[in-house]
Design a protein around this ligand. Structure first.
Ligand SMILES: *Cc1c(COP(=O)(O)O)cnc(C)c1O
Length: 410
């Protein structure tokens, strides 16, 4: 690393925040430093820490600020996203709320892609509206962003690819329009885990992630991260982070850092398996459409090829003819795909997308049920066999139930 030659991203991710050796030896991993109280040698040292922290230095004068474990994770995530500084939050949604509360004030207006993670709308309805902040939802693919920006528009909030249907946005174009008008751009980068998509390099000012998903990667941690591109934004986010008293446990910071070390290999495998599952679904007679930007047939494929270096394990598909009951029977029949929210762990999951969530997206024009799969690290032939038997059961059950309707055909 001292040769002066640029170091690869995986090498940096594996070594970021590694503890220094003491007295000639030391552990590979950063220790879990748990504490509420930080002790000081004397009152002068205590006062000095307070002053240095108030001046913006990343040091802890109290446990809430996080110690070595937190700092190592922040450094690794900052490097991963190519940012200036990272902040940790107790969940992905807390990270999103932190950003919105830090950057928006009464009377402000923000533009939000209509395909975002839907609990963002709940933050809007239950919190931001009460504070006199207006969020306006728009279609990044259909609406003219420049025409929607008002004199009081402070923020553009995007997620690419979008939740549920993976609509790929033209981030450089959208960020260019926003930044030329002084609008701060926030991108939710959970889908890529920060590994194969770099919103900050494409013009966003802030990248937020649910570290709950791919960063932690083992379905055992709730966590959010916010990475900012400048000292000015770090000051704004830092002040609100402190005011809200956001803190995460050192054990959770440790687990996220541990997950981060294997992010590149896990994601490469998720992509390999998801691509096989997506191709299988594409040729299945009961499937009308597969949503996965790595497929050449996906409308977002060209943008994905231009701006991304990989794809995740999320694959959604729309049934050709099934009603919601048949979609539920399909998911209920799956053996290896667990039924549950969240994703990004090593295991496969399946959910029937709620129709009211799909209707929020102008990208969605259909009426058939949509199933979201998270394709995990199990052997893909087992997953495909599982899907095959579940399609069979959904079909047979439907035949028995509504005998008059014809079977779905290609
Ligand atoms: C899951 C998710 C979140 C929220 O993360 P939590 O840790 O579950 O609060 C935010 N954005 C996206 C895109 C997500 O999928």
């Amino acid at each position: 690393m001292s040769s002066g030659r640029p170091v690869g991203a995986a090498t940096r991710l594996l070594h970021a925040g590694a503890p220094a050796l003491r007295d000639g030896s030391g552990p590979v991993n950063v220790p879990v430093v748990r504490t509420s109280t930080v002790r000081f040698e004397n009152t002068a040292a205590h006062a000095d820490y307070h002053h240095r922290r108030a001046a913006g230095e990343r040091i802890a004068s109290y446990g809430r600020h996080g110690l070595d474990t937190h700092r190592a994770l922040e450094d690794a995530v900052t490097d991963l996203e190519g940012g200036h500084r990272a902040f940790l939050a107790p969940s992905g949604l807390a990270a999103i709320s932190l950003v919105l509360l830090a950057l928006l004030s009464p009377g402000d207006h923000a533009l939000v892609a209509d395909s975002v993670y839907s609990p963002v709308r709940r933050v809007d309805q239950t919190l931001l509206q009460r504070l006199g902040i207006t969020l306006e939802y728009f279609s990044p693919g259909q609406d003219d962003l420049a025409a929607l920006i008002r004199p009081n528009t402070r923020l553009l909030y995007l997620e690419s690819p979008s939740s549920l249907l993976y609509e790929v946005l033209d981030l450089p174009q959208l960020t260019g329009i926003a930044r030329a008008r002084g609008v701060t751009v926030v991108a939710d980068n959970t889908w890529s885990g920060g590994w194969f998509y770099k919103p900050l390099a494409l013009g966003a000012n802030i990248s937020v992630q649910a570290a709950t998903k791919y960063i932690a990667g083992h379905s055992d941690v709730m966590q959010g991260v916010v990475v900012v591109d400048s000292p000015a934004l770090a000051a704004k986010i830092g002040t609100t982070h402190e005011a809200l008293g956001l803190a995460i446990g050192a054990d959770d910071a440790y687990l996220a850092l541990r997950g981060l070390r294997t992010l590149p290999v896990r994601l490469a495998q998720h992509q390999r398996h998801a691509t096989q599952v997506a191709r299988y679904l594409q040729q299945h007679p009961q499937v009308a459409r597969v949503f996965y930007p790595a497929l050449p047939e996906d409308p977002g494929h060209a943008l994905w090829q231009r701006d991304f270096s990989g794809a995740s394990g999320l694959v959604s598909f729309a049934f050709r003819e099934a009603d919601e009951a048949a979609a539920n029977r399909f998911v209920d029949a799956l053996a290896y795909f667990g039924i549950g929210a969240s994703w990004g762990g090593y295991e496969s999951l399946a959910l029937v997308a709620q129709p009211e969530r799909l209707r929020e997206h102008s990208y969605w024009a259909g009426t058939a049920p949509v199933v979201r799969l998270h394709v995990g690290l199990e052997d893909p032939q087992d997953l495909i066999a599982d899907l095959t038997q579940a399609f069979g059961k959904a079909e047979v059950a439907r035949e028995g139930q509504v005998g008059k309707r014809p079977l779905a055909v290609a």
